[in-house]
Design a binder for this molecule. Structure first.
Ligand code: VG1
Ligand code: CO
Length: 542
């Protein structure tokens, strides 16, 4: 094998703190951009003689990027790459393969819920041998490499076609092309009661799963239709397409409106769900009802024991700080620990590895468990189906029972997108500077009881993460959180997270935006969001 060594210049690396590189496709396709980032990873992880998993969500540039990664892996002395057929692997499936085959890590190609295509976004993330996103110490080292790198290595030869399963070679490196779905589907069968779900479906229970033209299509067809017997066509938008059919593969009521429209009619399916570009997020619906991700986490935690994989109970629950406290109330009732971590799945890794928690979740439609080290969209869907089958109740009844027992935590996220980065930075800086002056003051009729920045110390390895979001607590328990997104690629996105708890005896049937109106106004008055962003309303409300 001939190896080319190319001189190169440092690149603009990932935003500090994010677990990979996410940029526009245009930036990723610039000469040597991808190669430089891949070489920076290789320089950090010393890949010679090692084995890695490679796969992505099938978006535009997936195939080109994988061919380059294969050639660079061979040139950097990698022993073996296991890659999904056609270059496809959902993020949770990639995490599973890393763990199942005991590889040294993996490369996941995706910009997750961001749109794809030549005008969309692309991303690349390195996961370690645990199956989870690399911790900050590693991503920081990769970032430092991107700033000093002077050359990269790539095989002269073309990479083999990966459209068929089989074993191939590139120089001294072995490339094994595997079915992207089979191992993952088998794992699900060990955790979830497939017989109970099959029985439920055979008795006429109907479902609609919207794969949003993204990676979960083939997984959902195999699991929901072939293995569980859902009617052909229950999985819609099932073919992964390079630009996700021109859509935005983010499973929330705004971007998955088509699913909402199908579920909100009286004769709609009994159960509806959707997943994102790379298959790690989920949206759960029943006939006439949308379940917020924070509530879904709480219901999953309260009922996980109904599934075979969790029959012995769960060790603890972790949620990201902006996620609602609904899951904490379940943890309290179960007598287990409830952890709050910064936003991003990588913060759950140490707790999962240490066996301190079993179930984790984020308000951004991410739920998962100790079975892999990523959030897992289809897993959440299957666990919900398992719970429905075991309880013999509709989604609506399950939610009403849950709220009747724990109370209802009304929740919503308001996003101000593509805000000028300087303006967004100043809004946050000013707010931080004013934190001490806020307690005791009243806004929109609500008195501030707490105002602080969220700093985190990992209870397992002692690592720290500071300034992870501003928490504003109000009398009566309402809460607002403000933080800047780390995954957007245009300007800055300000996220305002709102919650308000209602006791089991309170009004459990309010419109969520109404129930949160006052806390939303209070937060806006404190941060002066609408005036300073020049928007009369948030761009996306979920
Ligand atoms: C968003 C979500 C966060 C999630 C992250 C990655 O981050 O808020 O909860 O972990 O996306 O999800 P941010 O920094 O934009 O708020 V995925 O499905 O894009 O891997
Ligand atoms: Co995702």
């Amino acid at each position: 094998m001939q190896i080319k060594t190319r001189a190169t210049r440092p690149i603009e690396g990932q935003k500090p703190g994010t677990s990979g590189l996410r940029k526009t496709t245009e930036v990723f396709s610039r000469p040597d951009f991808l190669q430089n980032y891949v070489q920076a990873i290789f320089n950090t992880i010393e890949p010679a003689g090692r084995t890695y998993i490679v796969g992505g969500d099938g978006r535009y540039f997936n195939d080109i990027a994988i061919a380059k990664i294969l050639r660079m892996a061979a040139a950097n002395g990698v022993k073996k790459i296991i890659v999904g057929r056609g270059g496809l692997l959902s993020t949770p499936a990639a995490s599973h393969l890393i763990r199942k085959y005991g590889t040294d890590g993996g490369f996941i190609l995706s910009a997750s819920h961001n749109p794809g295509g030549p005008k969309g976004d692309f991303g690349l993330k390195y996961n370690t041998e645990t199956g989870g996103p690399a911790a900050e110490a590693i991503t920081d080292a990769i970032h430092a490499e991107t700033q000093t790198l002077t050359e990269y290595h790539i095989a002269q030869e073309d990479a083999p076609e990966i459209t068929e399963e089989g074993t191939f070679t590139l120089g001294n490196m072995t490339i094994e092309v595997v079915d992207p779905v089979a191992d993952y589907a088998d794992l699900m069968e060990t955790l979830i009661d497939f017989d109970a779900i099959r029985d439920l479906i055979s008795r006429g229970f109907t479902l609609r799963f919207d794969a949003m033209h993204a990676v979960t299509g083939p997984y959902a067809v195999e699991i929901l239709e072939r293995r569980l017997g859902a009617k052909h066509g229950s999985v819609v938008n099932r073919r992964p397409s390079p630009d996700f059919g021109g859509g935005h593969p983010d499973p929330n009521p705004v971007w998955a409106k088509d699913l909402v429209d199908h579920m909100m009619v009286p004769d709609g399916p009994d159960f509806g769900a959707a997943s994102d570009g790379d298959g790690d997020r989920n949206m759960i619906m029943g006939q006439g009802i949308y379940v917020t991700p924070s509530d879904s986490l709480a219901v999953i935690a309260a009922n996980a024991h109904l599934a075979p994989g969790y029959a012995d109970g769960i060790a603890g629950i972790a949620r990201s700080m902006p996620t609602s406290a609904a899951a904490d109330r379940v943890a309290e009732a179960l007598g287990i620990a409830a952890h709050q971590t910064p936003t991003g799945w990588k913060f759950f890794g140490t707790l999962l590895d240490a066996g301190q928690v079993t179930i984790c979740g984020e308000e951004s439609a991410g739920t998962g468990s100790s079975h892999v080290r990523e959030k897992d969209g289809l897993w959440a869907v299957l666990l919900w189906l398992n719970i429905i089958a075991a309880r013999g109740q509709s989604v609506q009844q399950i939610m009403e029972d849950h709220w009747g027992r724990f109370g209802r935590t009304y929740y919503s996220r308001h996003d101000y997108e593509a805000v000028d980065s300087d303006i967004a930075g100043t809004i946050m800086d000013d707010l931080r500077a004013a934190l001490e002056t806020l307690p005791g003051k009243s806004f929109a009729g609500l008195t501030v009881t707490e105002a602080r920045d969220f700093d985190y110390t990992d209870p397992v390895d002692g690592s720290t993460a500071t300034s992870q979001g501003i928490i504003l607590g109000f009398e009566g328990g309402a809460r607002a959180v403000l933080r800047l997104s780390g995954t957007g690629t245009q300007g800055a996105t300000i996220r305002l997270y709102l919650e308000n708890h209602e006791k089991p005896t309170g009004n459990l049937r309010q419109d969520p935006q109404k129930a949160l109106e006052r806390v939303a106004r209070a937060a806006d008055q404190i941060a002066d969001l609408e005036k300073r962003t020049g928007r009369s309303a948030p761009d996306v409300v979920t």
